[in-house]
Write a protein that binds this ligand. Structure first.
Ligand code: ADP
Length: 214
């Protein structure tokens, strides 16, 4: 654990919530939000930045040219995906452009919505390296790979090879668990009621930490 509210000037406790695709991050975040946590979803922020009229659109047009912006005014996602998949330098340029904007928006939302404590949903928290210092605790939603594949296929109808490709580009289960302060197990044996109970358990622990004297 990097810090507590008492060591950080009384701001709300910050929990970074992560886990592989299909692990159950969204399910956990929804449960925590219902308990009064402020949930800040970095994927939603990235999406809004690259939607029509988003803050990243003009910088993207300048950096990558007008072809990367679709007729609807949003970033042309399939085109950008194809470019960064084949060109590591383009990927680095995109990240250099987008990450500071995401950081800005995250801080703006965090300042606007304190909640009982704050939960930052960051799918690639372990991979990105820049989140460790921004949060007080890292919570991993832990799931076996076979269940991840099943859930994602059920949710989105993606082909198993596609799910496998996405998972291969993410940290492994062991890498995530190695940096976790808290773990919520949501594997193939976990019922929704068990997930809710485990999440509530963490919620109570974070409330206790939030109540530490300043
Ligand atoms: P993530 O946000 O990590 O990609 P989600 O929370 O969207 O994962 O969960 C993936 C899918 O699996 C969703 O359709 C969700 O409803 C379902 N799911 C998650 N946990 C469970 C569980 N314990 N039992 C049954 N279905 C689950």
């Amino acid at each position: 654990m990097v810090g507590t509210p008492s060591s950080s000037g009384g701001r709300p406790l910050r929990v970074g919530l992560t886990g592989g695709i299909g692990s159950g991050k969204t399910a956990v975040a929804d449960l925590l939000e219902a308990q009064g946590a402020a949930v800040i979803d970095t994927d939603a922020i990235a999406h809004a930045l690259t939607a029509p009229g988003g803050l990243a659109i003009e910088p993207l047009r300048r950096e990558f040219g007008p072809d990367m912006i679709g007729a609807d005014g949003a970033m042309d996602r399939p085109r950008m995906r194809a470019l960064v998949f084949s060109d590591a330098r383009a990927k680095a340029r995109l990240e250099a452009l987008i990450h500071p904007l995401i950081g800005q928006e995250v801080e703006r939302e965090a300042a606007a919505r304190q909640g009982l404590y704050q939960v930052f949903v960051v799918p690639l928290l372990v991979e990105s390296g820049r989140w460790r210092d921004r949060v007080d605790r890292i919570c991993v939603v832990d799931c076996d790979e076979a269940t991840q594949v099943l859930r994602v296929r059920r949710r989105s109808g993606l082909a198993p090879e596609m799910v496998a490709r996405i998972m291969a580009a993410q940290a492994t289960r062991a890498q995530r668990l190695a940096v976790a302060d808290d773990v919520i197990v949501n594997d193939g044996q976990t019922t929704p009621a068990q997930l809710a109970a485990r999440t509530l358990d963490r919620h109570r622990a974070w409330l206790d930490l939030s109540a530490l004297p300043v």
